[in-house]
Write a protein that binds this ligand. Structure first.
Ligand code: ATP
Length: 898
């Protein structure tokens, strides 16, 4: 390819650009040329945000008040001649930083993987064939096919533009859409005025078009603005904020306890350094340093699990909000149904009802009426209808290739199905399109629910219209149809769960694209109706039942007819007996109060205008519901952004919708949203397990120390031992509680209230039980051992070990609120098993290694005592097992009597 730099893309005829870029406007580049150019230009991407180097991740672990306190403590103990304590503190700080860095690395790693999943896809033509590729593979000379809602993948010059509009706020700051056209622009025009260009990173908001890529990667306009590449930080999620508040509260509590311990200790005559170190260690152990990391990992792991199940999270907050979702407003087509359209019925203007046989997009099948086969060749009315739906159509059918056995739709399935039925009636699109090329069009949009195309041949014009019957029939000349009759037939088709389209035409008048549909009112000739079947997805019925059990109400929000929607909603179990469907006109007529009053009974919103979706979301939110709303189009963006969880469709969704949504589901399937909710609930549950564990373990140590001081005993734990337990023993397991898998009953509970306290009443009861058992066991043991006359160093080491053992059993307790920890399959959480093994190994080292003994003031424990410690420590497990057993029994009895 020759050097292209001197060309000013917006000021040169498109034909010249196509030649200069050595491409073909219709067929695009050849595959061999593409690989050549990819080598030359590199991938079409901007350099990624710099990866935080490992040493910085590690260094950042030291930037916390907890660590500052520890450093101060180390300095003080060193100054007072306790060098070994100072060393321990430093070791502990180091281990803490290591654990923190590894965890953060893990979180970062999963985030990166997820970012890759949401790669931008674009529609192009290469080797004469349409296909969808990742935008990073684009090269100059590629031919782009553009539609409303697309994000532009590279800088390109327009070759065709039909009512095409783009928002370029990202580049020009102008937030209103600009109309695009193919006309030449003066060469000194600014970015915002180059109407015949589209730029990477901007969005198309309306229309359709075709363009040739002129710049990729760093050569694009956005590539030139380096600052745009740094991605925005994710804001803190509500739960993160609550956790932070909880953490702050604990810090205050720990300072109070610090003062108390120090005061009591000094009053009891304990040397200042000893009591000061113990109090500091205790204060440090109260600070839940594991919590923020646990939170990040919980969200990251939740995101990963969701991605594996088909839901890609774009905003972290969605992970937790999903768990509280109580209403899912779902699109119908493609989400609840398969979006595999088959035209099964055609109604001709003379009232004849034509049946179409065959299924899927394969053009095999026949058309028949009253037992007689029909063909466009010898039936003029049928021919006009089939020709109209073939011409007024942007889709394509792809014949099976290679391994494939089925015909595939390319473009809108609703339109592809029209091509299939036209084939069945012997209308062949290729020759027809050659004969009647398209000259102008008003593209389909889901607000108008209609489209029109103008075709010309030998000085004659044909304007063809198709769209929703209520809309299109009002444009028809009453003389060409029996309006009541046709409307009634359309209604009947809809009641049979069919999607209905009306078709009309007018000859030899030009189409004024700007004027829209209004000028045609009462002027068109009616050509017929079509009924399309779109079977529900198989897995949706079960997913709907699961939602209902989980206290979540699914609601259908469809662009389709009320009767079609209600028929399908009833079949799927979304509409219960007595429920109603409301269409856009009825919705419009309702006051806010009326709408809110009827929300409980409305299970289908039909013919919904995208702007009304926002009203529906707000109405549900005003009833304190947490709303998930699906969407795919440009106009859905405000509703997606306003919903608690905006869900965009991965396949049919526009980039604009994806940008506004909090999650994207890769298979457009309703069942996937339900799976994501299940994972969201798990994340929240696991976090609560961590909070419970951290809280329980901090309180029992404080209680033991305070008890010993109040009762006049020596301190049961040395300062370094307290630090070790809190940072090493706990650090090795806490975060791994987050990795707990599904317990299986997540979807049998009600959604978590939006602002639920972190520590609920039920958790508090468990906490009291766990703490009191541990305190009785440990303090009781300490008293008994003291009385037995054993050397104090051994008593302290054994008490220290017992505290560690009770924590290991407690972590098992925290894995489930109901299920037994003994039968529950712990091997499923390999992270936790690994953490427990690591904790045990380190503890053995501290007890049996001579140098460690010196540093940690420990002595080796006789093996017989180890067994005893294990037995006593396990009491926390047995007591909690009894509580769980009783709780399960109560639940069963409750279920039995219900
Ligand atoms: P849902 O919201 O349930 O997914 P939808 O998004 O498929 O429904 P729209 O695409 O807005 O809803 O379609 C609404 C109506 O517009 C259809 O019932 C049909 O009558 C008409 N329609 C759909 N597609 C086309 C098209 N390509 N050309 C003309 N009319 C169409």
């Amino acid at each position: 390819m020759q050097a292209l730099s001197p060309i000013i893309w917006h000021a040169v005829e498109s034909g010249k650009i196509v030649t200069a870029l050595q491409t073909d406007e219709q067929a695009g580049l050849s595959s061999s040329e593409v690989s050549e150019r990819q080598k030359q230009h590199g991938p079409n991407e901007l350099p990624e945000d710099k990866h935080k180097p490992l040493w910085r991740v590690f260094a950042s672990q030291f930037a916390s008040p907890l660590i500052y306190i520890l450093f101060v403590a180390a300095v003080i103990s060193f100054a007072m001649g306790h060098a070994s304590d100072a060393v321990v503190i430093l070791i502990v700080v180091l281990i803490n930083a290591l654990i923190g860095a590894v965890q953060e690395g893990r979180a970062e790693h999963s985030m990166m993987a997820l970012r890759k999943l949401s790669a931008l896809k674009v529609r192009i033509v290469r080797d004469g064939k349409e296909s969808v590729i990742e935008a990073r593979e684009l090269v100059p000379g590629d031919i782009l096919l553009l539609g409303a809602g697309d994000q532009v993948g590279a800088d390109a010059r327009l070759l065709e533009a039909a009512a095409l509009e783009a928002t370029e706020a990202e580049l020009t700051g102008e937030s209103l859409p600009v109309v695009k056209s193919t006309e030449l622009v003066p060469d000194d025009a600014g970015l915002g005025d180059r109407r015949n260009m589209i730029y990477s990173g901007t969005h198309l908001t309306a229309g359709r078009g075709r363009a040739v890529v002129v710049a990729t990667g760093l050569q694009t306009e956005v590539g030139k603005i380096a600052s745009m590449t740094t991605s925005a930080e994710q804001p803190k999620t509500p739960l993160e904020v609550r956790l932070k508040q909880f953490g702050n509260w604990l810090v205050v509590a720990s300072i109070v306890l610090f003062v108390l311990l120090l005061g009591f200790g000094l009053m009891r005559g304990i040397p200042f350094v000893t009591i000061f170190m113990v109090s500091i260690s205790q204060m440090v152990s109260m600070v839940p340093e594991g919590l923020p990391v646990a939170m990040t990992i919980a969200l990251a792991v939740g995101m990963q699990r969701m991605a594996r199940r088909g839901a890609i999270v774009r905003r972290l907050a969605a992970v937790e909000t999903l768990g509280s979702t109580s209403i899912i407003c779902s699109d119908k087509t493609g989400t609840l149904t398969k979006n595999e359209m088959t035209v099964t019925r055609l109604i001709l203007p003379d009232g004849r009802q034509v049946e179409a046989t065959g299924a899927g997009y394969s053009p095999e099948g026949r058309l028949h009426a009253s037992g007689q086969d029909l063909s466009a060749k010898d039936d003029a009315a049928l021919r006009s209808l089939l020709e109209a739906i073939t011409l007024c159509n942007d889709a394509n059918l792809v014949a099976p290739e290679g391994e494939e056995t089925r015909w595939r739709p390319l473009g809108d399935p609703t339109e592809a199905a029209l091509l299939t039925v036209a084939h069945k009636g012997s209308v062949e699109p290729g020759t027809l399109l050659q004969h009647w090329p398209r000259h102008a069009e008003i593209p389909f949009d889901s607000a108008e629910k209609m489209m029109a195309t103008q075709h010309g041949h030998g000085g004659r014009h044909r304007i063809l219209f198709k769209g929703a019957p209520e809309k299109l029939l009002t444009l028809c000349d009453p003389a060409t149809l029996d309006l009541d009759q046709v409307q009634q037939t359309a209604e009947e088709l809809a009641t049979q769960a069919l999607r209905v389209l009306a078709v009309a035409e007018i000859h030899d008048v030009p189409l004024d694209v700007e004027a829209g549909f209004e000028p045609w009112r009462g002027r068109l000739s009616f050509l017929g109706l079509l009924g399309q079947m779109d079977p529900p997805r198989e897995e949706v019925k079960a997913a709907v039942a699961e939602c209902l059990e989980a206290g979540i109400r699914p609601v259908m929000v469809t662009g389709d007819h009320k009767a079609t929607g209600l028929a399908i909603a009833t079949e799927l179990g979304i509409a219960r007996p007595g429920d109603i469907a409301v269409d856009s006109a009825e919705l419009e007529a309702m006051s806010e109060g009326e709408l809110r009053g009827s929300l409980d009974r409305i299970s289908v919103f039909a013919r919904v205008h995208p702007a009304q979706k926002l009203r529906i979301v707000k109405a549900f939110q005003s009833q304190k519901q947490v709303v998930a709303m699906t969407g795919d189009g440009v106009n859905d963006a405000p509703a997606l952004a306003a919903a608690d969880v905006g869900v965009a469709m991965g396949i049919t969704g526009t980039e604009v919708a994806k940008g506004a949504a909090k999650i994207v589901i890769t298979d457009d399937n309703f069942a996937t949203i339900v799976k994501a909710i299940e994972e969201g609930r798990l994340v929240y549950q696991n976090l609560k397990k961590v909070v419970l564990f951290l809280f329980a373990t901090s309180i029992d140590e404080v209680a033991i120390l305070l008890l010993a001081l109040l009762c006049g005993y020596p301190l049961p734990l040395a300062a370094v031992q307290i630090l070790w337990i809190n940072i090493v023993t706990e650090g090795a397991v806490t975060v791994n509680l987050i990795m707990e898998g599904l317990e299986g009953d997540e979807m049998r509970r009600q959604p978590t209230p939006k602002n639920e306290q972190l520590i609920t009443g039920a958790m508090l009861q468990r906490l009291v039980l766990m703490v009191s058992t541990a305190v009785v066991a440990v303090f009781g043991f300490f008293l008994w051992r003291q009385a037995s006359g054993a050397p104090f160093a051994l008593v302290q080491t054994e008490t220290f070990t017992l505290v560690a053992v009770t924590q290991w059993f407690n972590v098992l307790n925290c894995r489930s609120a109901l299920k037994s920890s003994i039968s529950f399959d712990i091997l499923r959480n390999r992270w936790l098993v690994g953490g427990l093994i690591l904790g045990n190994a380190l503890h053995i080292l501290v007890i049996y290694n001579a140098s460690m003994n010196r540093i940690f003031h420990t002595v080796p424990i006789p093996l017989a005592d180890v067994a005893l410690l294990g037995l006593i420590g396990s009491s926390v497990l047995w007591i909690e097992e009894i509580r769980k057993w009783r709780a399960r029994r109560r639940l069963d009895q409750g279920a039995g009597s219900a």
